[in-house]
Structure formats: structure tokens, C-alpha cells
Write a protein that binds this ligand. Structure first.
Ligand code: MD3
Ligand code: FE
Length: 203
């Protein structure tokens, strides 16, 4: 599936494999300041993936809705800065996909444990959809679902594995997507977890 995922999608298989240990270390540093938590959706459900953020803006959800904000609602403090190793990877991946000068202001970090999933959704809380979203998968594999511009569009199933980086731009930027339930397993770097980083220009 290296090529035909869709217009605007660039798959960089294993692109982050060598830097993955550094990325995991940096995830630990972010999480020491802004711990992983299960946020609540506007509908009142707790998300099965645990999340934290880094950057000038972080994505949050609670009973009042989805939004980006500069502070962690748990602590009231600014989100931790995006680690240099993250920024460099995001810039290099975006450049490989044809986007020069990608400087993310938001990094959402998702942590999946056995049974966690993410239903089909669009990422549309950002200001400018001309910038791509860069995603990085670490640890256990998962099945990603990639739909179309309508929720009813039948999604393609795509395996995402350790070190895979995908740049989602062009029309794909607003397509529905999600991940199926994480199966139990063990990964030498991440243990029983899968982590996903998404780099965004939110503001
Ligand atoms: C396609 N995360 O954080 S990563 C999310 O595995 C999110 O944690 C999933 O969807 C995860 O919003 C999927 C791949 C991904 C991320 C953002 C996209 C695909 C995307 C935005 C637009 C289109
Ligand atoms: Fe998403």
C-alpha cells in the first residue's frame, strides 16, 4: 500500500524507526509534565485512548465540546513544548511529501492499550486545512481505517506499524478516519501499548 492510499496521502513506511527510542524518551518527558488522561466527549463518553499534548496549542475535549487551547485543563499550565526530536521528524516527513517549512504548533499524543480504539471522525478543529497532518505510529500495530469525505464512505483498512509515518494532505486532510481495537501484544520498545503522534498546524 506504499502508493495507492489516496490523493494527498504520502506513506513513509518505517521512516521513524531509527529515531523511535528518542521519541519514546521524549514522550515520557512530555507525560511527566502533562500526564496521559482519558478525556470525555461532548456526549459524555470517556475516550478509550489516553491523550496528552505538546506545543503552543493542545487538543482537548470535555462536555462543552472539542477545541484547541494553550493550557492543560488538568493543571492549568501551558502544554509542554514540542520536543526538538519531534519537530525535526515532522519537518522531514512533511518535506518528503512536498511540504516545505512545516512548523507544527500542536502535537497530540495518543496512547492505546488493549481494547482501545478510535471511531471514524474528521480532524477539522484546525484553522488552515492547507497544511497536512503528519502521523507517527510507535509500538504495537493497529488497523487504520481510511474513509472519504462522507461518514458513509466505506473505509479502506490499512495496517499501521512501528515507525510508520503518514502525511495527510490535499483532499485526504478532511477525510474520515479511525482505528480498530488494539489487540493485546508486546513490543520491545513500548510494551503493551501503541502510541500515535499527530503533528498539526492548529492556530
Ligand atoms: C487522516 N489518530 O489523533 S493516525 C487523531 O492512530 C487520529 O491515533 C489516529 O485520528 C491514531 O486524530 C490515526 C492517522 C491520521 C491522523 C490524522 C488524520 C490520519 C488522518 C487527519 C486527516 C486524515
Ligand atoms: Fe484524527
Amino acid at each position: 500500500w506504499q502508493e495507492p492510499v489516496g490523493e494527498g496521502v504520502v506513506v513513509l513506511r518505517r521512516f521513524a524507526r531509527n529515531t523511535a527510542p528518542d521519541l519514546m524518551q521524549a514522550i515520557g518527558e512530555v507525560a511527566s509534565k502533562a500526564p496521559f488522561r482519558h478525556m470525555v466527549t461532548p456526549g459524555g463518553h470517556s475516550m478509550s485512548a489516553a491523550m496528552t499534548c505538546a506545543g503552543e496549542l493542545g487538543w482537548v475535549t470535555d462536555r462543552s465540546g472539542y477545541r484547541y487551547q494553550s493550557t492543560d485543563p488538568e493543571s492549568g499550565l501551558l502544554w509542554p513544548e514540542i520536543p526538538e526530536s519531534f519537530k525535526e521528524l515532522a519537518r522531514n516527513a512533511a518535506e518528503a511529501a512536498g511540504y516545505r517549512g512545516f512548523v507544527p504548533d500542536a502535537c497530540l499524543i495518543n496512547r492505546y492499550q488493549r481494547g482501545a480504539r478510535m471511531g471514524l471522525h474528521q480532524d477539522k478543529d484546525e484553522q488552515d486545512f492547507s497544511w497536512p497532518i503528519v502521523s507517527v505510529s510507535l509500538g504495537l500495530p493497529i488497523t487504520f481505517q481510511f474513509g472519504g469525505p462522507r461518514r458513509s464512505d466505506k473505509p479502506l483498512k490499512i495496517p499501521l506499524e512501528h515507525g510508520d509515518v503518514v502525511v495527510w494532505g490535499g483532499p485526504a486532510r478532511l477525510f474520515y478516519h479511525g482505528v480498530l481495537t488494539l489487540k493485546a501484544g508486546h513490543h520491545p520498545l513500548t510494551g503493551s501499548c501503541r502510541y500515535n503522534l499527530t503533528f498539526r498546524r492548529a492556530g
